[in-house]
Design a protein around this ligand. Structure first.
Ligand SMILES: NC(=O)C1=CN([C@@H]2O[C@H](COP(=O)(O)OP(=O)(O)OC[C@H]3O[C@@H](n4cnc5c(N)ncnc54)[C@H](O)[C@@H]3O)[C@@H](O)[C@H]2O)C=CC1
Ligand SMILES: O=C(O)[C@@H]1CCC=N1
Length: 276
């Protein structure tokens, strides 16, 4: 991991990447963040001791890998500035975009001809080196450049290489997935309080339950179906709860929610600007 890396956009996902790379041993001297908000820049400098600038061309000059982590509607403002950055390093600069919904050809059209672009859908568990990243090479990225992206991202979690057409579906499962999960935990904690537990008790019970269940699912080699069955005693408490989830349409809600997510991702490139 000796390459120098710039991260354009020091918001939630930019910070998750920064923290994940530093946790994985990347020296801070090899990292630079571009952030336009001075308050946010001050936080990143304070928390990570990283160099932060507001000048894209300056940050990207001489670095081997540039991550783009701004909102989709900020991409068009970033690309002309990135295109102007000096790329005289020995290795051709690789642009890796973490932005939802914007296809690689939009980057390729704005950057110098033949620039390697790789599109990635990450998720926020990157902050604790447990990301799920799906990687899709653009048309000019060669195998060695894809390997650089995969290696960097493997230091912050798991990586899967997929064709770009799969990224809307990926976004619906792993990109936005942490939010579904946190909503479920929030609801469980509130439910525990309604049943008479203190909020602290309920939160501790719920958080350790989802953490333990996640580790079990990832490490036991068993499927979600097997593990659910193992909890569900005939005529028991779990069966009573699961019957209510089915009655109230949990599966239907998950199908509708993920379909809406994938559709929004597919339409993102055509959307008018959203404030904020
Ligand atoms: N938050 C998430 O869980 C995930 C986000 N993404 C993608 O990551 C991107 C960023 O999302 P968040 O981090 O959540 O947004 P955010 O709003 O927290 O961060 C974006 C940052 O970019 C900065 N910025 C905007 N224009 C800039 C410019 N021209 N130069 C320098 N900095 C600039 C903003 O000040 C802000 O700090 C989005 O495109 C999103 O689709 C992808 C997967 C997961
Ligand atoms: O909500 C969003 O648009 C971004 C992309 C995936 C997760 N967060």
């Amino acid at each position: 991991m000796s390459e120098r890396v710039a991260i354009i956009g020091g918001g939630k996902i930019g910070e998750a990447l920064l923290a994940g790379l530093i946790n994985a041993g990347k020296p801070v001297k090899d990292l630079v963040v571009v952030e336009r908000s001075s308050a946010r820049s001050a936080e990143l400098i304070e928390d990570y001791g990283v160099r932060v600038t507001s000048d894209i061309a300056d940050a990207a000059s001489g670095v081997q890998v540039v991550f783009i982590a701004v909102k989709p509607d900020a991409v068009d403002a970033v690309l002309p500035l990135l295109a102007k950055a000096d790329d005289s390093s020995e290795d051709e600069r690789i642009t890796i975009t973490l932005v939802a919904g914007i296809p690689t050809d939009r980057y390729e059209a704005s950057l110098p001809a033949g620039s390697p672009v790789i599109r990635v859908m990450p998720n926020t568990p990157m902050l604790v080196n447990e990301a799920m990243c799906a990687v899709s090479p653009g048309r000019y990225a060669n195998d060695a450049q894809v390997d650089v992206a995969v290696r960097l991202l493997e230091s912050v979690g798991k990586v899967m290489v997929v064709p770009e057409r799969s990224l809307d579906a990926v976004t619906a499962i792993s990109g936005s997935g942490p939010a579904y999960f946190f909503l479920m935990v929030e609801a469980m904690i509130d439910a525990g309080v309604a049943l008479g537990l203190t909020r602290q008790q309920s939160a501790e019970l719920a958080v350790q339950t989802v953490k333990g269940s996640g580790v079990l699912l990832a490490e036991s080699g068993l499927t979600a179906v097997d593990l659910r069955a193992a909890v569900t005693s005939p005529g028991g408490t779990t069966a009573a709860a699961l019957r209510e989830f089915e009655k109230h349409g949990l599966r239907h809600a998950v199908n509708e929610a993920t379909a809406a997510c994938a559709k929004t991702s597919a339409q993102m490139a055509r959307r008018p600007e959203i404030e904020g």
